[in-house]
Design a protein around this ligand. Structure first.
Ligand code: NAD
Length: 300
């Protein structure tokens, strides 16, 4: 299946990065964009992100071979319903949402009779909006595609090829498994960062200026994650509730183990644990998923 035109609904960080990557890597593919915000549409036009930025979703998706919904997870169903009348037969409908089982169900319910193949590029930053995107965002990053058992193989292959052309590596997995894996690798870390940054700001014995002044001790690395888009993350936790709560239960148990080791002065337990976690960081670097430079490559 050839993809000659892609429509992107939602031109924020991820949608605008897809638009930029298509222009950069697939110049023969036409890009139409739409965003519910008139301001975002204006910025998209000023930046020349797409060949056409439409003022309504039905016009945006007409003629597209691939439609990608890049809106917050909780807005997928509304965005799909608003565009439904413009979809042509044979179109591949996809998305980039950070949780997959609920989003897949919502898109299929909103677009009966259409081929829906959800996907999640595991790439992003703490910034949002159309100006925050960049063409190389997906380079060397994984994109997880979660087709149903009855998804046409040719459509799955076309979507996989599209993401590979944008620089991503593609894995295909079941949506429920995706949600459990991402609960551990992304959603729980965000929850922890949101918690610790909130806790620090409320500690009465430590002033806010001290929290900021001494943040290089570790705190500031959490603040990058805790600066992520509030609406996007509100929706992720509501959509992936079960997997997040299951993972959080395990986290709480492990936290209690470490708490006990500290109280009992169990040096061996702490050292073993931290040795294991240091090895995980080294594997991430070995896999090319982060910069080997110390301190995340910050210049000092
Ligand atoms: P963003 O806030 O930068 O952009 C979202 C855009 O969607 C906004 O411009 C908003 O106006 C628009 N929008 C909202 N509702 C709409 C609707 N009904 N119709 C049309 N446009 C609408 O967010 P983002 O970071 O690009 O996230 C988009 C999606 O990508 C989310 O589902 C998120 O879970 C997923 N995602 C994000 C990241 C990340 O790191 N930010 C990574 C991977 C996947």
């Amino acid at each position: 299946m050839a993809i000659a035109r892609v429509a992107i609904v939602g031109l924020g960080l991820i949608g605008s990065s897809i638009a930029r990557a298509v222009k950069d890597r697939l110049p023969q593919v036409a890009v139409t964009g739409y965003d519910a915000s008139a301001d975002v549409r204006d910025v998209a036009r000023a930046l020349g992100l797409c060949d056409t930025v439409a003022d309504d979703p039905v016009a945006a998706v007409a003629e597209a071979d691939l439609v990608i919904f890049a809106v917050p997870v909780g807005g997928m169903a509304d965005a799909a319903r608003a565009a439904a009348a413009g979809l042509r037969g044979g179109v591949i409908v996809s998305d980039v949402g950070s949780s997959k089982a609920g989003v897949g169900a919502a898109l299929r319910a909103a677009l009966p009779g259409h081929v829906v193949i959800p996907a999640h590029p595991v790439a992003g930053t703490e910034n949002s909006g159309p100006a925050a995107g960049f063409a190389s965002l997906f380079d060397g990053r994984w994109c997880i595609v979660t087709p149903d058992a009855d998804a046409p193989a040719a459509a799955v292959a076309a979507l996989t090829g599209f993401w590979e052309a944008l620089g991503a590596k593609v894995d295909v997995m079941d949506a429920a498994h995706h949600d459990m894996v991402l609960a551990v690798t992304s959603h729980l870390p965000h929850l922890i960062a949101y918690t610790i940054v909130g806790t620090a700001s409320e500690l009465e014995e430590v002033t806010e200026s001290e929290v900021i002044k001494y943040s290089a001790g570790g705190f500031r690395d959490f603040t990058r994650i805790a600066a992520s888009d509030p609406v996007m993350w509100r929706d992720v936790f509501l959509a992936n509730k079960d997997a997040v709560l299951a993972t959080l239960q395990r986290f709480n148990e492990d936290l209690t183990v470490l708490q006990q080791a500290i109280r009992r002065g169990d040096a061996a337990k702490l050292e073993d644990w931290f040795t294991r976690t240091r090895a995980i960081r080294r594997s991430i670097i070995a896999e090319g998923q982060d910069d080997p430079a110390p301190d995340f490559g910050r210049r000092h």
